[in-house]
Design a protein around this ligand. Sequence first.
Ligand SMILES: Cc1cc2nc3c(=O)[nH]c(=O)nc-3n(C[C@H](O)[C@H](O)[C@H](O)COP(=O)(O)OP(=O)(O)OC[C@H]3O[C@@H](n4cnc5c(N)ncnc54)[C@H](O)[C@@H]3O)c2cc1C
Length: 427
Amino acid sequence: MGFEEKRVAIVGGGLGGMSFLNAALYAGLKNVQLYEQAPQFGEVGAGVNITSNANRVLDAFGLQESMTHKSSHKLPCYMQYHNYHTGEYLGHIDEFSQPSARLLHRAHLLDSLKERVPESSLNLGKRLASIDRNTGTAAAPYTLRFEDGSTTDADVVIGCDGIKSNVREDMGLADSPIYSGQVVYRGFVDYQDLPENTAQLLRRTVNFRGPRRHVLVLPIGNRETRTDRAAIIGFMSEPLEAWDSESWMSRSDIDSLHKHVRDWCPQVQNIIAGLRKGSPDGRMLKQALYVREPLDKWYEMKQDQKDAGIILLGDSAHSTLPHQGQGTCMAIESGIALATILRHWKTDDLESAFRFYQDLRKPRTDRVTQTSYEAGKLASSDSPDQMTSNFNPAALGERMKWIMEYNVLEDVRTKGAEYMDFQDSRL
Ligand SMILES: Cc1cc2nc3c(=O)[nH]c(=O)nc-3n(C[C@H](O)[C@H](O)[C@H](O)COP(=O)(O)OP(=O)(O)OC[C@H]3O[C@@H](n4cnc5c(N)ncnc54)[C@H](O)[C@@H]3O)c2cc1C
């Protein structure tokens, strides 16, 4: 039975929405449209780390070649730690499992996710204003209203519209995101703008951890496609005063980051100099880090119809702090789980399908959210563990192993065997 023919409307074309669209095509949902508010696709200018648990899914979609074309490969380890003050090597975490992590520009990941989807399923410049819950003889259970005055009908609505989700608000979930106490400064450094020894060091994932701050460097891209750059993420504890909390995202003087790390090691000073060289206006991205408490229920059912409903996916449902690099990865996992369930569910009872999906995903996403919060606390304490004999990179790796080794495809197959008909499935 399933919901193969239902009109599915995805709200939001970020990495979560585009992953779900890929998953929908892969699973065989026939009638899916995506609505993105921006006039064109774009991602914030920063790098992203996609770990093995999510790469397993993207590889199933057939995106391995396209992704590896523009991402780093054969990195020597998952992450390497250095003393913030002396620059001294402190230890590293080995890669967890295959396929290994891929580090790339967010725009390149979005390009890969766009590759296989038909243009006709993408609707840009469509900012969702509200959702009508129709009654009686209406042509559809839901009508989505966009700010440009247009509308569309849908049976199933998937809210992939990020941490400030309109869909979530429309469902009456009025909680507010919470400021984490940290901001991130993000920018890129070209390797040629670094002294040779620092450039060599930053061709691996490096974490300089200092008191209440750390600087993470992701070596994104590769030399062959000239996409290689060091993506800099400076996590700094700052009060929210003087911050335009409406936008959360702004540009800041590189000086503001420099103030935090003025007495840090020469390698970090080289990073600051490299950032300046690559930024003609002397500015870089600055973002306040917010998170929401895990939500009890991710979906809402249509009162008078058992095969229609609204559900959240990605940051709208399970936003997390980025200290384990899992926000996008979780959205990718959730996408394939939800699409498979919708396509192969044995009955026409959508609520049971949504409930199964939530039961499958929520324990994991709650745990990732909680452990990411804890990892952030550990990394941002007044005296971070590397300054004591407690510092143990192997233990940090052990903490994250369960995240990376997970196989959502297998989990859906195993736990869903009773409820889904996997005939014709590519899972
Ligand atoms: C500093 C930092 C580093 C990170 N690093 C990593 C990492 O290495 N690995 C990782 O897995 N995750 C990482 N994350 C997390 C990751 O960025 C997010 O979890 C992920 O982007 C969420 O995707 P999303 O599609 O759910 O939401 P978003 O990316 O927020 O996308 C939402 C989309 O919905 C659109 N939209 C919003 N409102 C509407 C509306 N009303 N109508 C129509 N469209 C709308 C938006 O324009 C946007 O395109 C990081 C996050 C931060 C802050």
